[in-house]
Design a protein around this ligand. Structure first.
Ligand SMILES: Nc1nc2c(ncn2[C@@H]2O[C@H](COP(=O)(O)OP(=O)(O)OP(=O)(O)O)[C@@H](O)[C@H]2O)c(=O)[nH]1
Length: 657
């Protein structure tokens, strides 16, 4: 499929270029355009050939050989920033056109100045000295006969910091390398010196961490001229699991020209007694160039559909996020419109939750099921109220002592009303804390509900929230006070007036009084048991009434039966009236009062020098502005990227599956 090696790199690459120009070039241009657009900052990885290797393994020399240009080279750390090297074959050029791109700058340079230009640029990015940086430097070389390749050269891995290097240099370099080799879209070009045992190479250890089976790793063995012994055995044994295979090379040595270097390399693998035994299909820079061009084309074709998908997903995600962001308000009119929407939505949500019992948006949040929670609170309140007339002392003793104190001169068969009222008041006082507790509970709950809904509906406008929260709290306090006043009046009315039109009262009393005769018989007949089961009261001991209180017992029994019958009406009234009051107040709050209170606070709240709520809504928080800008930038970048990829998809036969 690929042309066989002819006389050196130029011939081979020319042949490649003519057969693949129409396919590889546009794909490469598209990927480079995406790289230039910094689409990787959006979390979209691009197909990349990443050059890694231990320090001084010969990475830069390999790149130099491929490009036939001089890069900074030597002992110690030379590559201090990721160097993206873009080689473009341009047969129309008689002299190469070279430039560097970094920090939004484009710096033209020439073949003879390239090394120093890179050193200057590296210094600007990473600072002078030996420090390293993660910001890349791009080198674009347009030259006749170079392979169309884009590769990233990374700083060499060093365990021991040399003088002037930070203590954590290893971690810093390892982090950069991992970031580049981790994505599945990266091909790892692992540069190994023939003079070392491959299994001890740090770069092998690192690439194995991200590419266990070596499927994405190609090894280039340099310095074949310096250490030819055992090289054939090493690449044949493949102890370090290199999936894409090995290519052995000899780079330029000393002041050789690139032409001289290629001739020397060809001779070396042709005539050296140890090296000539190595298969020619894995020897020399021209072979490496062919392999890389082939791998790169396959990689791009494989990755492009996924890149398109990722761009689309990211784009629609960012567009939705931007759409969901609060609208930037520029006039009071706009602020008013948005505020009214907040009010309307709040009212509708509360209406559903508190009145209609529709919980569609809060299905899982039981505490938000307002109408049902109000019923729970009412049931609990009902349970806490004593349904039977409370009795503390022995049966009828309290009634007898009250009757004794209420005696006056008059006919003895009239039951004194004051005795009835005294006992009633006493018992109502005892239970008065229960209705108070109930209304407090209701308004505590309502405060939580109203604040939560208001906060949710106005979450995009934090300055508005301060006003709406204040209004809601004030209103709930007002409603709470009103309810407590209602409870107070209700209790007072029960204490001063004994009245009911409920026919159940007379029916119940008559029913209870039918036990009177039997009760008197229990008192008068010493043979009867001491304990009697009285309807409405339960099993009671009556022995203490036999000797001393027989005279008043009959009257006290009647009084007790009236209280028992009436108590049921009182409890019913305390429950019913308060239930109606609470439901009415909640409905009123939702339908009318909340709107008025919030509106008043927002429009008139910030008196004097302070801005009112609507004016405050016009102020956007710096975080929101920054987010809006970031999303806007990201969307235009992704749209541009999408266009770049769409064009290339049209030109080639690659489809998104
Ligand atoms: N004889 C010989 N020397 C080589 C070969 N390849 C590289 N060298 C020499 O090895 C030294 C290190 O090479 P570089 O290309 O700078 O190594 P590097 O991996 O880029 O170095 P750092 O970026 O500093 O990690 C240089 O002096 C090169 O001239 C080769 O194939 N044969």
């Amino acid at each position: 499929m690929f042309p066989k090696e002819k006389n050196g790199i130029t011939a081979a690459v020319n042949a490649l270029a003519s057969s693949y120009e129409s396919h590889i070039r546009p794909l490469l241009d598209a990927v480079d355009r995406l790289r230039h657009l910094k689409v990787m900052e959006e979390g979209i990885n691009l197909p990349t050939i990443v050059v890694v290797g231990d320090q001084s393994s010969g990475k830069s020399s390999v790149l130099e050989s491929l490009a036939s240009i001089s890069l900074p080279r030597g002992q110690g750390i030379c590559t201090r920033v990721p160097l993206i090297m873009r080689l473009q074959d341009d047969s129309t050029l008689s002299t190469p056109v070279i430039h560097l791109e970094y920090k939004d700058k484009r710096v033209p340079t020439s073949e003879s100045h390239i090394a120093s230009a890179i050193e200057i640029a590296t210094g600007e990015i990473a600072g002078s000295g030996k420090a390293i940086s993660n910001s890349p430097l791009t080198l674009v070389v347009r030259k006749k006969g170079v392979p169309d390749l884009t590769m990233v050269d990374l700083p060499g891995i060093t365990r021991v910091p040399v003088h002037g290097q930070p203590e954590n240099i290893y971690e810093q370099i390892a982090d950069i390398i991992k970031q580049y080799i981790k994505p599945q879209e990266s091909i790892i070009l692992n540069v190994l010196s023939a003079s070392v045992d491959f299994s001890t190479c740090e770069s092998i250890r690192m690439s194995q961490q991200v590419d266990r089976n070596g499927e994405r790793t190609l090894a280039v063995v340099t310095k074949a001229d310096k250490s030819p012994e055992g090289l054939l055995e090493k690449v044949t044994a493949d102890d370090v699991n290199i999936g894409l295979g090995y290519v052995c090379v000899r780079n330029r040595v000393g002041e050789e020209t690139y032409e001289e270097a290629r001739i020397a390399e060809a001779e070396l693998f042709e005539s050296h007694p140890l090296l000539r035994r190595i298969d020619k299909s894995i020897c020399g820079i021209p072979v490496l160039a062919q392999r890389l061009v082939q791998i790169q084309a396959q990689l791009i074709a494989k990755c492009l559909p996924d890149i398109v998908r990722k761009i689309n997903v990211k784009l629609s995600h960012n567009e939705t996020e931007l759409d969901d962001m609060p609208q930037h308000l520029s006039s009071i009119g706009e602020a008013m419109r948005v505020f009214m929407q907040v009010l309307i939505r709040t009212r509708e949500t509360l209406r559903k939750l508190m009145i209609r019992g529709e919980y569609d948006n809060f299905e899982e949040e039981k505490e938000m099921h307002g109408a049902a929670r109000l019923v729970d609170m009412l049931n609990q309140y009902k349970k806490e109220l004593p349904h039977d007339f409370p009795m503390k002392e022995n049966f009828l003793m309290e009634e007898i002592s009250v009757l004794e104190e209420a005696r006056g001169i008059g006919l003895s068969n009239f039951l004194p009303r004051t005795a009835f009222l005294t006992l009633l008041q006493r018992k109502i006082k005892e239970i008065s804390y229960t209705p108070k507790g109930f209304v407090n509970k209701v308004w505590d709950y309502m405060e939580g509900m109203v604040l939560r809904i208001l906060d949710k509906e106005s979450e995009n406008y934090p300055p508005l929230q301060a006003f709406t929260r204040r209004a809601a709290r004030n209103l709930i306090e007002k409603m709470r006070r009103r309810s407590l006043q209602t409870v107070k009046e209700m209790i007072e009315m029960e204490m001063v007036v004994d009245y009911t039109s409920n026919p159940d009262y007379m029916k119940a009393w008559t029913d209870l009084m039918e036990q009177r005769e039997k009760f008197m018989e229990f008192l008068q007949n010493p043979l009867m048991p001491m304990v009697m089961n009285i309807k409405g009261v339960g099993c009671v001991d009556v022995g203490h009434l036999r000797q001393q209180h027989e005279g008043l017992a009959d009257e006290a029994f009647d009084l007790k039966m009236r209280l028992v019958a009436y108590w049921r009406c009182v409890i019913l009234r305390l429950v019913d009236v308060l239930a109606l009051h609470v439901m009415y107040a909640v409905k009123n709050l939702v339908e009318n009062e909340l709107d008025c209170e919030v509106m008043n606070e927002v429009v008139n709240g910030g008196c004097g020098s302070q801005a009112n709520g609507l004016e405050r809504m016009l102020e956007e928080s710096p975080a929101t502005t920054a987010k809006r800008e970031r999303l806007g930038k990201s969307i235009s970048l992704l749209m541009e990227s999408k266009e770049v990829v769409a064009k290339i998809m049209d030109k080639t036969s690659i489809n998104v599956v």
